[in-house]
Each structure stands twice: as C-alpha cells, then as structure tokens.
Design a protein around this ligand. Sequence first.
Ligand code: GYE
Length: 305
Amino acid sequence: AALALSLTTPAFAQKKLTLGFAQVGAESEWRTANTASIKDAAAKAGINLKFSDAQQKQENQIKAIRSYIAQKVDVIAFAPVVTTGWDTVLKEAKAAKIPVVLTDRSIETSDPSLYVTMIGSDFTEEGRKAARWMLDNVKGDVVHIVELQGTVGSAPAIERKKGFEEVIAGKGSYKIIRSQTGDFTRAKGKEVMEAFLKAEGKKINVLYAHNDDMAIGAIQAIEEAGMKPGKDVIVISVDAVKGAFEAMMAGKMNVSVECNPLLGPQLMDIVKDVVAGKPLPKRINTKEGIFTADIAAKEFPNRKY
Ligand code: GYE
C-alpha cells in the first residue's frame, strides 16, 4: 500500500529543479532576447533559475560555474564566451556529478564527455549564407569587402568567418581588404568601421558584419563619412534582430542571416530530459532562414526578437 501511495503522489514528491545559467553578457540585441527567452521559459517550466551575466569575460563565467557547483544545482548550462579553456572547471562539475549543457556557442575540448549536449545554430552555415547572398547580388570586376568580426576566440566569430571565406574562396574578384573584431557591440562596430573608412574610404564596396549590432554601429560611421549605407556600401549581417529589420526598412542594410536566440523553451526541455536520464543527441541545431531588405517590411510584424 505504501508503494501504491508513493506512485500516485508524484506531484507532492517532485522536487523543483534548479538550473544554474552562466550567460555571456548583454552585448547585443540577440543576447538580450536570448536572456529573456531563458528567464521566461524557466518560469513557465517551473524551473528555479540561477542566472549570472559574465560581461563577456571567461573568468567571470568560470566563477559563476564554480558557484553553481558549490550550490549543488541540478544542471548547469552556459553560453561559452570563447571556445577554449573550459576543461578544468567542467571536470569539477563532472566530479560533482552535475550535468552540463552548452547553449548557443560550442567549445573545443579533448573530452566531449564533459558536457551532455549543445544546442545552438550552425554558424559556419550562417557565414556561407551571407557569402552566397553576396555572390548572387553584388557583382563587379573587383568587390572590396571589410569584415567586422565578433568576439575574438568565440565560436560565432570563428565559424562565421570560416563559412564566408569558404564560399568566396577561388572567386578572385571578391577580396576581404580589412578584417577586425568589433566584439559584437554597436560602439565597437562603429569605432572599427571609422578606422576602416579612414584607411580605405570609397574603395569599400561591402561590409560583412558578424552581427547586427556591429552593422548598425557601422552604418552610423558610414553615414558620418558622407556615404550611403545599403547603396555605396552594401551591408551584410547576421542575427536578423528587430534593429536589423528597421535598418533594412530604412534602406540602410541589405540582408541579415537569421540566428535564432529563442533557445529557452528547448533548453528547459533538455534540462528535464537530462535529469530524467533520457539520452540526448550531442548536438541540437536551431532552424533559421535569411531576410532581405525587400521583404523586411512584410516580415517585421512577425518578428519575435
Ligand atoms: O550572433 C551575437 C551575440 O553567440 C550567436 O552572440 C551568439 C552571438 C550573436 O553577441 O549578436
């Protein structure tokens, strides 16, 4: 009888799960939407969320992960600011038997058993999509490209560069003449674009920015230099956040490749599955598209981030 009773009262017996989430920072519109999605989904799933913002610094993320281990949370999830340097702290989590889920950004590790699964976008494919759009839409004897890279050593910066270069390889007329990091922020994107413009001026035909915020900062720099973004300089970017749609509707941005930040609901499902001991694939990809200026106004009301 005691057994039957315990089987019929799981709602009383079930303990609320605690998730420790170590976020990268608040560097972009994408990140803000990602944080909101995680907080909202945790509340809806009845998961107790401990949240920290690392301000784009790996050492802060490591500290946060250590504190989640000390607090004995059920699951740790984090968006690794850079790809390398995680093995030590992840071994500590493993020793404490706390499963780790990677969200959005991947890591390089000699021991993949240090994390259960990784959920996020295919950044290499995003870079390829950006380049394919350029090959189809921007022609000329020679096309001079400047590139604003994301955070140095981060998976999206490494892979968006790689995918883009892969597609233009062997296409002699497309040349990247300058490439520098803008750390995924508007302020830095503007600052670096100003330097590009100072050095190259009207020679610049295309800007490829690894995210919309840097592109939006750069658009300002282009305007201040007396040139027309979207016309004199073709602006290609990644994320497809609302700010990019506004820039496209104003004719100042040409295209943005979608990167979906709304990972919260899927992450909460994963947390529950991990705790329940369900097997999970090592890599879960988010689905995404590509949006151009001509359809921006029609699509804008449907955008959720
Ligand atoms: O594209 C950028 C953000 O890791 C996919 O980080 C994310 C990137 C995103 O700062 O805007």
